[in-house]
Design a protein around this ligand. Structure first.
Ligand code: PGA
Length: 256
């Protein structure tokens, strides 16, 4: 399986800054066949960047979109409008869940809308600090996983990626702590088991699992060597070009 290195730029960079970053990133990267490099800029930058990007090197992701294809939904954009412009979509990021109130039902519809419009959803799941403290991690992970995938046909499972991001490890969270590789190992095992119990072992094995939460060049190698981890979802560190390139190079080394 490929290794996925996904940069989540969140609400950062003007369109001009995003374009300069992309230009520099394309220059810095050789064509790594086994590493899928993806960046998720602000939606407003996607159209120009989609014309600029060399898709052999880098793919684009949208950070969020609405689940209806068209209609009276002021302020929203749809996955159907993004069809052909992006290859991936973050769905259910914890900032959407906890700042904007997205629930598993809405997330499931977004996962289905992405798949319907030829965009691979990266379904983000993860427990909060208090859920972990109350030993609810396993239930939360199972609910978010099964809930988020509930609107797609079983046959479409191979279009989906899962990103495990413990909310307490995300760098913008005030209390951010680094997850230990052992903590990640346990949850990744649970994700695999849940997928396997629901869809069968063979199908479950095809689903890439990414880890995210304060990933940087100093810990990327450790997370990438956790059994079952196929990639990284990176926020803060992806905004610094040299760090993002370092992480891609670490991924390459871990693979070889
Ligand atoms: P972080 O963000 O790497 O800054 O912790 C990750 C994310 O929110 O996707």
């Amino acid at each position: 399986m490929k290794t996925y290195i996904v940069g989540n730029w969140k609400l950062n960079f003007t369109v001009g800054e995003a374009s300069i970053y992309l230009h520099k990133l394309m220059k810095a990267l050789p064509n790594y066949r086994d590493t899928e490099v993806v960046v998720a800029p602000s939606t407003i930058a996607l159209q120009p960047l989609s014309l600029q990007v060399d898709r052999h090197k880098i793919k684009l992701a949208v950070q969020n979109a609405f689940y209806r294809d068209f209609g009276a939904y002021t302020g929203e954009i749809s996955f159907s409008q993004l069809d052909g412009m992006v290859d991936y979509a973050l769905v259910g990021h914890s900032e959407q869940r906890y700042i904007f109130g997205e629930d598993d039902k809405m997330i499931a519809k977004k996962v289905a809308a992405a798949v319907r419009n030829h965009i691979k959803p990266i379904l983000c799941i993860g427990e909060t600090e208090s859920e972990r403290a109350f030993n609810e991690t396993a239930d939360v992970i199972r609910d978010q996983l099964i809930g988020g995938l509930s609107e797609i046909a079983d046959d479409d499972l191979d279009e989906v990626l899962i990103a495990y991001e413990p909310v307490w490890a995300i760098s913008s969270t005030k209390v951010a702590k680094l997850a230990t590789p052992d903590e990640v190992t346990d949850v990744v095992k649970l994700i695999k088991k849940t997928l396997s119990d629901t869809y069968g072992k063979k199908e479950a094995e095809k689903v890439p699992i990414l880890f995210g939460g304060s990933v940087s060049p100093s810990n990327a190698g450790a997370y990438l060597t956790v059994p079952g981890v196929n990639g990284l979802l990176i926020g803060g560190s992806s905004l610094i070009l040299s760090e993002f390139v370092d992480i891609i190079e670490i991924a390459k080394k871990v693979q070889s």
